[in-house]
Design a protein around this ligand. Structure first.
Ligand code: NAP
Ligand code: GDP
Length: 334
């Protein structure tokens, strides 16, 4: 019997990490996830993977650690000898990165070097995926693709630019299979609750149930290219199965403003967003990214990857899930 492939996922408790773990288990991988110790439970997105009868949940192993701890990362990689590493851990919130720029530089930037260095010294044949982002393009006008110059507009974007380049440098300098997925915003019912789409869909569900009457928000005019997270984690996996290491944009190519998303989400619940949304300057950023619209042509041509779910369907999926949660649906369902 052939041994299953082994993967290590940093950020396994996050939105993408949880979908990645699920999809790799479904493919028969042995999955190892890095988890941070927290005083309250933070495994809500992956807990169901241990109990789902359709998944070989016994192949999921969790290890305490932190990507800023180089010694721990080295030790884990040399102990586990994974075939693939998905580096998804980060301080991932743009607004928060203005409050915690140094921590963001460490957790979102330098930490990538910790993982790459561990791989370089343990086994250079380990394949490495870096969670790069459209935030690196920042103020560069759309459509953005792999050739678009970087112009980050936040400490988060700047930290991710470092991670992007150190990943490319290790690929070129040490002949490692190290790739960047330059992913545009992707959302789901598992999206963090302070990102704009999820904040909106949770509010719609709560307003619908009479639990909330106002929604306080910042800039409603920026344009984003929102896709569906499980499709994007499939794209990450495809990047690590390719014959050559390369960098890829994943995006839907669609352009919607925050107002458009408000309208899609509220209308799906039979509500008019303008009756509920209020402005609070605390949600503005010192520098904003006005327009992100991706061109994923290269991923389509070379990986056969294409986004199927676009914002109107995405808004419906997310609103329905948040309403179902309030009706008591178990978390593992989403
Ligand atoms: P997320 O839900 O915020 O998850 C982030 C994960 O990183 C969580 O598991 C978190 O653990 C973990 N983490 C944070 N700091 C850590 C540290 N110092 N050590 C170890 N683990 C740490 O993010 P996501 O939406 O899944 O995104 C995954 C990755 O893709 C991130 O790197 C993000 O920046 C990047 N990205 C996301 C998007 C998007 O639209 N979602 C687009 C482009 C790129 P806790 O549960 O303990 O907090
Ligand atoms: P980002 O693209 O990674 O910054 O993802 P977010 O979901 O955090 O923000 C997307 C856009 O929504 C940005 O242009 C924000 O300025 C805008 N936005 C407007 N109001 C809010 C809000 O209340 N919360 C968040 N997170 N973003 C908001």
């Amino acid at each position: 019997m052939t041994q299953p492939k082994r993967a290590l996922i940093t950020g396994v408790t996050g939105q993408d990490g949880s979908y990645m773990a699920q999809q790799l288990l479904e493919k028969g991988y042995e999955v190892h996830g890095l988890v941070r110790r927290s005083s309250s439970f933070n495994r809500g997105r992956i807990d169901h993977l241990h109990h789902d009868d359709h998944l070989p949940g016994k192949n999921l192993f969790l290890h305490y650690g932190d990507v800023t701890d180089a010694a721990r990362i080295h030790q884990l990689i040399s102990e586990l000898r994974p075939h693939e590493v998905y580096n998804l851990a980060a301080q991932s919130h743009v607004r928060v990165s203005f409050d915690e720029p140094l921590y963001t530089a460490e957790a979102t930037g330098i930490s990538t070097l910790n993982v790459l260095e561990a791989i370089r010294s343990v086994d250079k044949s380990i394949r490495f995926y870096q969670a790069s982002t459209s935030e690196m393009f920042g103020a560069s006008p759309p459509p953005q693709n792999e050739e678009t110059p970087f112009y980050p507009r936040s400490p988060y974007g700047a930290a991710k630019v470092y991670s992007y380049w150190i990943t490319r440098n290790y690929r070129e300098a040490y002949d490692m299979f190290a790739v960047n997925g330059q992913l545009f915003n992707h959302e789901s019912p598992r999206r963090g609750e302070t990102f704009v789409t999820r904040k909106i869909t949770m509010a719609v569900a709560r307003i619908k149930k009479g639990l909330q009457s106002e929604l306080w928000m910042g800039n409603l005019d920026s344009i984003r290219d929102w896709g569906y997270a499980p499709e994007y984690t499939d794209g990450m996996w495809r990047m690590l199965q390719a014959s050559e290491p390369d960098d890829f944009v994943l995006a839907t190519g669609t352009a919607y403003t925050i107002k458009d998303f408000l309208s899609l989400a509220f209308e799906h619940a039979g509500l008019n967003w303008e009756e509920y949304v209020k402005f609070d300057p605390k949600f503005l950023r010192p520098t904003e990214v006005d327009e992100l619209i991706g061109d994923a042509g290269k991923a389509k041509a070379k990986l056969g990857w294409e986004a199927k779910v676009h914002p109107p369907e995405l808004a419906r999926i997310m609103v329905d899930a948040d309403i179902a949660r309030l009706d008591g649906a178990p978390e593992g369902q989403f």
